[in-house]
Ligand binder design. Sequence first.
Ligand SMILES: C[S@@+](CC[C@H](N)C(=O)[O-])C[C@H]1O[C@@H](n2cnc3c(N)ncnc32)[C@H](O)[C@@H]1O
Ligand code: SF4
Length: 368
Amino acid sequence: MSGARHLYVHLPFCAHRCGYCDFVTVVGRSGQHAPYVDALLWELELERGRLAERLETVFLGGGTPTFTSLSDLQRLLEALPAAEEVTVEANPETVSPELARALRVAGVTRVSVGAQTFRPQLLEVLERVAGPDDVRRGVHHLRDAGFDNISLDLVYGIPGQTASDLETDLEDALELQLEHLSCYELEAKPGTRFTHAWGAELARQADAMEDYFERVVACLTGAGYRWYETANFCRADMAGRDLRARHNLAYWLGHDYLGIGIGAVSTIENLRWRNTPGLGRYLEALAAGRPPEREHEPLEPDVQARERVLLGLRLDEPLPLRDLRPALDAEALARAERLGLAVDGGETLALTRRGRFLGGGVTADILA
Ligand SMILES: C[S@@+](CC[C@H](N)C(=O)[O-])C[C@H]1O[C@@H](n2cnc3c(N)ncnc32)[C@H](O)[C@@H]1O
Ligand code: SF4
């Protein structure tokens, strides 16, 4: 085994829990930032044998990695293995000139800023701490610190949002001339406080999603961005750099990755496991030098093949079929081709532009 070349590190701490968020997060707990970083480094030590000698990517996701106390974040970054791409997720209000410089010095190569929207009333609906100017300021601080690979997250389908709000958000994002943009459909999990509060309006937004998606793609491709994944866009680089998110690309291409931290998922060869989301239990296990509690899921070859198709068809490059053919329903695929949704090239499979707009629906249909 040559080992995984991608490492995900989960930093769960946030200043506030946004109503729509379904990630593994913990509010505040400044007293636990240092023990948590200790635990992460222990877990890394225990799992190091599963990693390749040289890593391609490291991704610090959250939660709000940049809410972690700066000395602990720096200590973590210094101890992590080097990689060609090191990404940190940042909430705009946390990006001070000091933080931006510290990330740069610690070897971070890419920062992903969670803006969500630039409209103050929609930021309020999402219960975001940052205002629109925090987003712009944060990006400028990152540029001043020397970052030349910055990504921004937007969401659409926010209660109260109109198509023109979305268009203005896209214009505001384009003005920042970033290397990468992610635009996600807002997902509201049933049973959450957010869904309860905005039920009827969320239903109205759901009806508009297709139109929003088309506007996002039209606007960003019109501005010269490459629509390389369903929700992800990157700029063509003058210097010839490939500005796709390499870490996420590894997920979409079905490569092995190790995840450490609470709730983190790892997939290595034919096994997937998820760490306990409980902070206390995680800290306790690692303080005793034991791996945290985990749920294990063996991945049968047919499950892996279906996953490869589902994820691979999100990309704009044709999916090499090799041993994936048995995962496809030949009749459904022929029908999708007749409808102009997919192109079966024999060795490869791709969705057409129209197929990509229909996305998961087409893929679900052509799976055996
Ligand atoms: C793991 S989150 C954490 C990032 C950071 N804490 C923040 O809030 O900006 C990464 C991104 O996922 C997206 N996201 C979070 N919750 C979502 C939801 N319910 N539906 C769609 N996208 C969501 C947001 O765009 C967010 O920036
Ligand atoms: S700051 Fe980000 S991770 Fe934290 S609760 Fe809000 S959306 Fe979730």
